[in-house]
Design a protein around this ligand. Structure first.
Ligand code: CP3
Length: 345
């Protein structure tokens, strides 16, 4: 791949090399906090946006053009793999994702398909359009959901507060749970390799809800499948980022899966986590996204404070501890990016 971005600020930081300032991007940067997102969203459904390469590219480019971030992230969703496997997926405003055919039994798991790359070709097509638009300016991050998080949507049939049915499957039907996780992990590995072949410059694995698990259950039902995915990626010069809400606790296990970067939630002191990790693992994070609701002097002070604690450490990517909320003022997000780009060195 000609456009490998190996010398970009973002990829160098991801490989724990020293950089003149930390690169910055923000989880959920291509989304509803932007008026320009709504201009597009009002014309199409969310899945139509994901499945039409030109539209996915338009949305991916919004934060590149309007915020000036140091990495773009593919506009898509972690649930497109589950849809391709047979999940009857819909997104409804105010409700979020739903699967009309939840996966609850061994037979439901058996029915899920794993040879599904043809159905995800639209993602590869979107990546090609985005790379033409980016034209070598900054790297493009591809992504997928971690097996446990994707499993939780399939089992619950949508979002959940307590993951009761999912955890019940882990505890009462562990063989069924493992079969389901293994199938998702297989598809996820193939899917991330598809994205890498199509030209992404980094990949992030989102295990958004792993924080619901105990240490032992995280190890058995999440960690081992992430490790399997990381080991199965066909990559050179493509850093892998592992994100989990719960990384403050699970960071030592996450490191064993051998990602290049661990994306840390906002509960932890980032420098303490960084120093506890094996050499060569970078960190990404970890501003509380709620800081972006606050007054600008507060936003600036918290950014400078985080940087002060991290500036001795090679391998730091500035980000939030989780995604931007839809009602955070655009102007505050733009201000944060400016402070990071102009005041940190
Ligand atoms: O980060 C980006 O800007 C890139 C695009 C992206 C989306 N979803 C677009 C999206 C990414 C990386 C995701 C990942 C994703 N999707 C995660 C992991 C990240 C995280 O925040 O923990 C999860 C858990 C999902 C599942 C999902 N998709 C939910 C729960 C929802 C509904 C709730 C919500 O936050 O809106 C979605 C829908 C979704 N995915 C939207 C967007 C822009 C909103 C769709 C709309 O316009 O209504």
């Amino acid at each position: 791949m000609s456009n490998n971005q190996r010398n970009s600020l973002f990829v160098r930081a991801a490989f724990s090399e020293g950089t003149e300032r930390p690169p910055v991007w923000m989880m959920r940067q291509a989304g509803r906090f932007m008026k320009e997102y709504w201009d597009i969203k009002n014309k199409y459904s969310f899945l139509e946006m994901c499945k039409t390469p030109e539209i996915a590219a338009d949305v991916t480019m919004l934060p590149v053009d309007l915020l000036g971030i140091d990495a773009a992230i593919l506009f898509s969703d972690i649930l497109v793999t589950a849809e391709a496997m047979g999940g009857d997926l819909s997104f409804t405003q105010g409700v979020g994702p739903r699967f009309a055919n939840p996966v609850r039994t061994a037979d439901d798991v058996e029915r899920l398909e794993t040879e599904v790359l043809d159905k995800l070709q639209y993602v590869a097509d979107a990546i090609q359009v985005i790379q033409e638009r980016l034209n070598g300016r900054i790297p493009l991050i591809g992504f997928a959901g971690a097996p446990f998080t994707v499993m939780s949507y399939l089992v619950e049939g949508g979002s959940s507060k307590d993951f009761k049915l999912t955890k019940l499957m882990l505890h009462n039907q562990p063989e069924t749970a493992h079969r389901l996780l293994a199938k998702i992990a297989d598809v996820t590995t193939q899917y991330l390799n598809l994205q890498i072949r199509a030209g992404v410059n980094a990949v992030q694995i989102f295990d958004s809800w792993a924080g619901a698990l105990s240490w032992d259950d995280y190890k058995e039902f999440s960690h081992r499948y992430i490790a399997q995915i990381v080991a199965g990626l066909e990559r050179s010069d493509i850093p892998v980022i592992s994100f989990c809400k719960g990384s403050s606790v699970f960071a030592p296990l996450m490191a064993e899966a051998k990602p290049d970067v661990i994306s840390v939630d906002w509960n932890a002191d980032l420098a303490t986590i960084k120093r506890s990790l094996p050499e060569g693992i970078a960190v990404q994070g970890n501003l509380d996204p709620h800081i972006l609701y606050a007054k600008k002097p507060v936003i600036r002070e918290r950014i400078l404070r985080l940087y002060e604690s991290m500036k001795q450490e090679p391998g730091f990517i500035f980000n939030l501890g989780h995604g931007i909320m839809p009602d955070i003022p655009f102007d505050h997000v733009k201000y944060a990016v400016e402070v990071i780009k102009n005041e940190l060195s």
